[in-house]
Design a binder for this molecule. Structure first.
Ligand code: ZN
Length: 108
């Protein structure tokens, strides 16, 4: 029984790792307490995807994204004004130019 539970957790962790590899979560920044805290607060205040909202769609946000990428403006990493809440589909779409993940979610 325990063995099964372990396998399940292992599979879960693996899928998470795969997901994390897609967005540059290997970046230590995303593991910092400061970011996690800010992200949690932000997503609570902005529970809906801001991109979808523009199109009058109500989609729960899953990811807090940096409007100006951290690589370009690391000093804005923890700036509330530089954040936006996105659903996974929107994040994949905007993230395309950064990470070459073959996100083929047919949108539009
Ligand atoms: Zn969206």
């Amino acid at each position: 029984m325990q063995e099964q539970e372990r396998k399940r957790r292992d599979a879960m962790r693996k899928s998470q790792q795969r997901y994390n590899a897609n967005r540059d979560e290997s970046d230590k920044f995303y593991g910092t307490a400061a970011w996690r805290k800010l992200r949690n607060v932000y997503i609570r205040r902005h529970p809906l995807c801001s991109e979808c909202e523009k199109h009058h769609r109500v989609v729960p946000a899953e990811i807090v994204d940096h409007i100006i990428p951290r690589k370009r403006a690391p000093e804005l990493s923890l700036k509330w004004q530089n954040l936006r809440a996105l659903c996974r589909a929107c994040h994949n779409r905007v993230g395309d130019r950064v990470s070459r993940g073959g996100g083929s979610e047919g949108v539009g």
